[in-house]
Design a protein around this ligand. Structure first.
Ligand SMILES: [Zn+2]
Length: 152
């Protein structure tokens, strides 16, 4: 699911123009494709036990597709593995705001708790719900908090 970056109209088809405001979506669709590639590469690095490299790639995915909660949720969990809990909580809050998924909420609560106790050893955050049904995105956020160090 995605929405027009100009007018926020929900897009269901694969057209190159928004059916509501007629904005050209070609460049933006390229971003979406790059984001998906970065996300998939990040997951491969994660399976290869390279969480730092995975975090870099997933950060790219989130930057390119900030309205896709699946990317943010994956990044947040990797940051949790890296014991970067403040960043994880920030990213997971975005993911949960967009997805409303209980699994994302659980991971967010866990990351926030760990961020409050920085001496705790790294722990895996709650597992991602792979069977989650697609959730229509909220309108893109306009006022975003400053990115924490390492995410921008
Ligand atoms: Zn539009």
């Amino acid at each position: 699911m995605r929405s027009c970056p100009i007018c926020s109209h929900t897009l269901n088809g694969g057209g190159v123009r928004c059916p509501k405001c007629q904005s050209a979506l070609t460049l933006w669709l390229n971003y979406e494709q790059y984001a998906r590639q970065a996300y998939q590469s990040g997951l491969l690095r994660l399976r290869g036990n390279e969480p730092a490299a995975a975090a870099d790639l997933l950060t790219q995915a989130v930057i390119l597709a900030p309205d896709e909660p699946v990317y943010a949720a994956a990044l947040g969990r990797v940051l949790g593995q890296l014991a970067r809990y403040h960043e994880a909580a920030w990213v997971l809050e975005r993911a949960y705001t967009q997805s409303g998924a209980p699994a994302d909420q659980a991971a967010l609560v866990r990351a926030q708790a760990l961020a409050q106790a920085p001496a705790a050893p790294p722990e895996e955050l709650a597992g991602q719900d792979e069977a989650r049904p697609p959730v229509p995105p909220e309108l893109p956020a306009t006022d975003q908090p400053d990115a924490p160090e390492g995410v921008s």
